[in-house]
Design a protein around this ligand. Structure first.
Ligand code: PBG
Length: 322
């Protein structure tokens, strides 16, 4: 039916009518809140390019977790920044490493909060790459045992979900078999399945002090131009045993989220990454945009594109609002 019988404006006459007919709603259960943990005591260091975000020492987690859970957020994603970094990222697999201690602390504070951990070497290596280096290459196969060991260590210390983000081929399958042999059959794997080589990770690398000291990540992360290749990455993660798949970043990859949603039936996560957050914060600090409005629009678009789970630094703000 066309105009004048049809008037699409009829359903836009009040906020109640708009809300009644809304196709996409954000809810706090959709969100995962990332937390950066550092060594030391009494530390709450602001992350300059990410206003509102901090590096927290383990003893400062109690206050943070109380806030997160009282807002109704059900899961957190942890990143550990070790005191010292080396060529193989050994700080990431130490039972008394920052991430292991943080997992135990959070689980003792609230056993029901879902604890997810990033499984990747770049936070722990002195060269800042996600794998180990042979000559001028990142050695895929030699990196797998280290990722396996890291994932098992996270699971043994209480992580519910391990999230491999190194983009090494075969990482999900390798981790699944090590978890199973270690008796961790129920530990969930959320693959950072289609993770693109993106400029949007800039602020995160300040937060995690993980910028590559030479070169870049284009030999292992996906090419931003490729959607078909992104589907192959996801397909492989599913074949290897991923329980949850992910597209990352989110905002510039809404078409990839939509394509993944139409093609795969597993829960789909999208990572609203650091650069997406920083752009909103910076423009809104200058009053160039209405920050909250733009934030809501971006997050709604990610859900509308098909994401079930949204990992976002805005999670606390959203939880306070919805
Ligand atoms: C680790 C990792 C990165 C992010 C999540 N896990 C950084 C990278 O690949 O350089 C980025 C998250 C963000 O920008 O918010 N590999």
């Amino acid at each position: 039916m066309s105009f004048p019988h049809s008037r699409l404006r009829r359903l836009r006459q009040s906020s109640e009518m708009l809300s009644l007919t809304s196709e996409t709603r954000l809810s706090v259960e959709d969100f995962v809140y990332p937390i950066f943990v550092i060594h030391g005591h009494g530390k709450k260091i602001p992350i300059e390019p990410m206003p509102g975000m901090y590096q927290l020492s383990v003893d400062m987690l109690a206050e943070e977790i109380k806030e997160v859970t009282s807002l109704g957020i059900q899961s957190v994603l942890l990143f550990g920044i070790p005191e010292t970094k080396d060529a193989t990222g050994s700080g990431g697999i130490d039972t008394n490493g920052v991430i292991q201690v943080a997992i135990r602390e959070i689980k003792s504070l609230d056993p029901n909060l879902i604890v997810m951990t990033d499984v990747c070497l770049c936070d722990y290596t002195d060269h800042g790459h996600c794998g180990i280096i042979k000559g001028s290459n990142i050695d895929n196969d030699a990196t797998l045992p280290l990722l396996q060991e890291m994932a098992v260590s996270h699971a043994q210390n209480g992580a519910d979900v391990v999230a491999p983000s190194a983009m090494m081929d075969g990482q999900v399958g390798a981790i699944r078999s090590s978890l199973d042999s270690a008796g961790k059959k129920d530990t969930v794997i959320m693959g950072y399945s289609s993770k693109f080589a993106s400029g949007f990770y800039g602020p995160f690398r300040v937060a995690a002090q993980s910028a590559p000291q030479f070169g870049n990540r284009t030999s292992y992360q996906a090419d931003p131009a490729n959607v078909r290749q992104a589907m192959l990455e996801i397909e492989q993660d599913i074949e290897e045993g991923a329980d949850i798949i992910m597209v990352k970043p989110a905002l510039s990859y809404l078409d990839v989220i939509r394509a993944a949603r139409e093609r795969f039936d597993l829960p789909l996560a999208a990572y609203n990454v650091s650069g997406e957050y920083s752009m909103v914060k910076a423009a809104s600090a200058s009053d160039w945009i209405e920050g909250d409005r733009v934030r809501d629009e971006i997050l709604t678009s990610i859900k509308r594109a098909g994401a079930d789970i949204i990992i976002s630094y805005h999670a606390k703000e959203i939880a306070a609002e919805v």
